[in-house]
Design a protein around this ligand. Sequence first.
Ligand code: URA
Length: 195
Amino acid sequence: MAAREAAGSAKNLDELRTLMENFAGCTLRATATQLVFADGNPKARVMFVGEAPGRDEDLAGLPFVGRSGKLLDRMMAAIGLDRTQAYIANVVPWRPPGNRTPTPQETAICLPFIRRQIELVDPDILVCLGQPSTQTLLETKEGITKTRGRWFKYHTGRREIRALATYHPAFLLRSPLQKRLAWRDFLALKKALAQ
Ligand code: URA
């Protein structure tokens, strides 16, 4: 509830970042080095959302800068995107200790923040990276093997936009054969961005 009130009161991304930096309602903040708010261009037409920062992101204060981030950069480059043309964030903005999975409670606490962040960025297309991001933001219980490659509708609070679910780059590093399907998703993204 406190997160919802705080997030709702943020009039722009700078205010939202400050509110989140000072938000004491999520215990992950105490163990993390710093808030990992976002990277990229807040005016971009496409926004990527992952699960939670890892060690590299926690130290840098930026999302997707470690191994999976490098893969994400290569996947974006393959369709002509770089971080000046995309905005990148996570559902949970603080690193869970030891890179454990965020608990459902931690995710629920952080949800109003990422929802407001999406609303303020107001992208044309939202890309959910991996199952936790997909299940949380697109409100589905289905697993990522079922949802990847599928287009969903997402209500930003201002308007309805298109949302695409795809595999998380960390999963692709472990299961490189699945890159074939992720490539298909990125081509669909490229096509959608050209419209
Ligand atoms: N995995 C994520 O989900 N987000 C990051 O920022 C890095 C790795």
